[in-house]
Design a protein around this ligand. Structure first.
Ligand SMILES: [Zn+2]
Length: 70
């Protein structure tokens, strides 16, 4: 399994699906080899790639409310 999509954090294409767990408890996620970012954990490599591609480009921080005058 080769690069699925560019890393949302560093734009590197050097990433691959990693499998971990054992027996029936196998899980997958995409790992960026450049910056070390991990994608969401999924039950299959295909799902892990899908989640990686659809994850938001940047995690939301704080409460996400811009300051507004009121
Ligand atoms: Zn990266």
């Amino acid at each position: 399994m080769s690069a699925s999509d560019a890393c949302p954090f560093c734009r590197s294409l050097d990433n691959s699906v990693q499998r971990f767990g054992s027996g029936k408890m196998q899980m997958f996620h995409v790992n960026c080899h450049n910056c070390g970012a991990d994608g969401p954990i999924a039950d299959s490599s295909a799902e892990a790639e899908r989640l990686w591609k659809t994850r938001p480009p940047e995690p939301k921080r704080g409460n996400g409310h811009p300051q507004s005058k009121n």
